[in-house]
Design a protein around this ligand. Structure first.
Ligand code: NAD
Ligand code: FES
Length: 303
């Protein structure tokens, strides 16, 4: 596995005239999970926890929404984490330090509702740790006691462990196979903490939809306010296309402009999961095409 650290001479050579949206640093955090730092001063000055960007790796490429993991106003940079799942995210993951992202807009979406709640849990499933980190950090800065739960399928897939530990009062780890921390899901850890009388006022849950759904069912009987960051398919990211529609409390909302954070107990997760699985054959076809050296692959409109 190749770890690409920041290329200092290259970075210095950009000097004050550093190109817009140039990749400043790239690291592999786990198999198929890359962390990318991009020069984007106009986004770094405005970014807030919970917001996202949309980028394209070329002018005909698919638009990829990614939540902001961190940002540095002084350096003028933003950091994103991408899980290489389909053709577009693989193309993004293949870019190197010094490459330019031709198309990038943000910050988009509403910031997290950060305030003093008291005792807060931040529950992160797998790559969900990436959007959860700035939320945990902001909650800590707002004076909350932050108890974080980080889980992955196995120890090699745990990401941002130290970063989360640094912004949490306690960090609890779980792996599905028991290779690190408690064996089981993050929702099992949360349940055992609640049973041990951790008196959470709010639970934030970010990760795969099934994990957020299960977490919502853990907190529902206790009446603990639970907030999830939803990840439906997005196209424009600015409320025009309707691709990201979700049902919250029986009402249609657009995750990009009304969210991405919503009340977990009001969220129709079954619909979200169904809509995320609308294109398996098109995605497989695009991946096969990509593996055989194809260029861009045109997909149909969202259903
Ligand atoms: P994964 O399948 O490896 O699961 C990660 C962890 O989630 C597991 O280790 C477990 O602790 C928990 N989990 C999984 N299934 C569960 C269940 N049935 N009940 C309770 N907990 C469960 O996830 P991954 O491969 O790291 O992430 C991929 C998914 O996460 C994709 O669907 C992606 O779209 C989504 N994602 C969501 C966000 C977001 O903003 N919500 C951000 C990044 C990624
Ligand atoms: Fe188009 Fe939200 S992504 S409306």
């Amino acid at each position: 596995m190749k770890n690409t650290q920041i290329n200092e001479p290259l970075f210095r050579s950009f000097g004050k005239s550093i190109g817009s949206h140039v990749i400043l640093e790239k690291r592999e955090l786990a198999p198929q999970i890359k962390q990318i730092k991009i020069h984007a001063p106009e986004i770094a000055v405005k970014a807030k926890a919970g917001q996202f960007i949309v980028l394209r790796t070329n002018s005909e490429g698919e638009r990829i929404p990614l939540t902001l993991v961190s940002w540095d106003k002084t350096e003028g940079s933003i950091t994103l984490i991408v899980q290489e799942a389909g053709v577009s995210t693989r193309k993004l993951g293949a870019l190197q330090t010094g490459d330019q992202i031709p198309n990038l807009i943000g910050p988009l979406g509403n910031p997290s509702d950060i305030k003093f709640y008291g005792f807060v849990a931040v529950v992160c499933g797998g790559v969900g740790a990436a959007p959860a980190l700035p939320i945990a950090k902001a909650l800590k800065e707002a004076g909350n006691t932050v108890i974080s739960v980080l889980g992955a399928r196995n120890r090699g897939l745990l990401i941002l462990e130290e970063n989360l530990r640094n912004v949490s009062d306690e960090l609890h780890i779980s792996t599905d196979d028991g290779s690190k921390g408690q064996k089981g899901h993050v929702s099992d850890v949360l349940k055992s903490l609640i049973e041990k009388k951790y008196d959470f006022q709010v639970v934030y849950a970010v990760g795969p939809p099934i994990m957020m759904k299960t977490t919502a069912e853990v907190t529902r009987p206790y009446g603990i306010k639970t907030i999830v960051s939803l990840n439906p398919i997005m196209v424009d990211g600015v409320g025009m296309c309707g691709a990201c529609r979700v049902t919250i409390g029986g009402q249609t909302k657009f995750a990009c402009v009304d969210g991405p954070e919503f009340d977990a107990h009001q969220t129709d997760f079954d619909e979200l999961i169904k809509r995320l699985n609308v294109y398996p054959s098109e995605e497989k076809q695009a991946l096969d095409f990509h593996h055989h050296g194809g260029g861009s692959f045109a997909c149909c409109n969202p259903k």
